[in-house]
Design a protein around this ligand. Structure first.
Ligand SMILES: *[C@@H]1O[C@H](CO)[C@@H](O)[C@H](O)[C@H]1NC(C)=O
Ligand SMILES: *[C@@H]1O[C@H](CO)[C@@H](O)[C@H](O)[C@H]1NC(C)=O
Ligand SMILES: *[C@@H]1O[C@H](CO)[C@@H](O)[C@H](O)[C@H]1NC(C)=O
Ligand SMILES: *[C@@H]1O[C@H](CO)[C@@H](O)[C@H](O)[C@H]1NC(C)=O
Length: 164
């Protein structure tokens, strides 16, 4: 192999590895509290959450969630993917997946009254238009066509006072 090619190939490999690592955020569960979800859907709640938000923002990566709910917020420029109670439910499931440090023995992380509103208004102004227990039609169509499996649970889980 010509000597000049070796460093070139090395550089290309490094780029490939970095690209591969960068394509998903913190989507691995720390324990098995949300194992029921992973068993039912075939991926962690964080992976589903990331895929839903990537419909609107391909660069979205699940961040390291804060320890107190809401763990992250609906802050994409195109808001229709996260401005809804389904995205909020998935974010709470994802938070329980990420923070399940004691392996499912604890009761899990709940969200207090008003947390949903905080999720929807990260900088003090509400995202819009919002939907509760359903997705905007265009997003729902993309979810179905893209094979994103949203279990009934994430549509149904909703408290009007914004807790979870
Ligand atoms: C994922 O997030 C959790 C909660 O913030 C954190 O404890 C954990 O270290 C993170 N994992 C990685 C690989 O960054
Ligand atoms: C709030 O954040 C969103 C997303 O980052 C941005 O589009 C919007 O302009 C911000 N609103 C205010 C009032 O800063
Ligand atoms: C969940 O993880 C804990 C700690 O790793 C383990 O003791 C327990 O058996 C696991 N439960 C299930 C249902 O896999
Ligand atoms: C969704 O529920 C939240 C919290 O109860 C509420 O503030 C918001 O107005 C509702 N959105 C719609 C579109 O009904």
């Amino acid at each position: 192999m010509p000597r000049v090619l070796v460093p070139t190939i090395a550089v290309v490999l490094v780029y490939l590895i970095e690209f591969t690592l960068a394509t998903s955020g913190n989507t691995t569960c720390a324990g098995n509290m949300t194992q029921w979800y992973t068993d039912a859907v075939g991926e962690t709640a964080c992976e589903t959450y990331e895929r839903l938000r990537q419909i609107c923002n391909p660069n979205y990566r699940v961040p390291n969630f804060r320890a107190n709910a809401p763990g992250d917020q609906c802050d994409d420029q195109l808001q229709s993917c996260c401005c809804n109670s389904i995205s909020w439910s998935l974010s709470m499931l994802c938070m329980n997946c990420q923070w399940d440090v004691d392996g499912g023995s604890a009761t899990g992380i709940d969200a207090g009254v008003g947390s949903y509103a905080t999720y929807l208004s990260p900088n003090g102004s509400f995202c819009s238009p919002g939907t509760n227990q359903s997705l905007p039609t265009s997003i729902q169509t993309t979810v179905c066509n893209g094979g994103i499996n949203l279990v009934d649970f994430v549509y149904n889980t909703y408290w009007t006072d914004g807790s979870w």
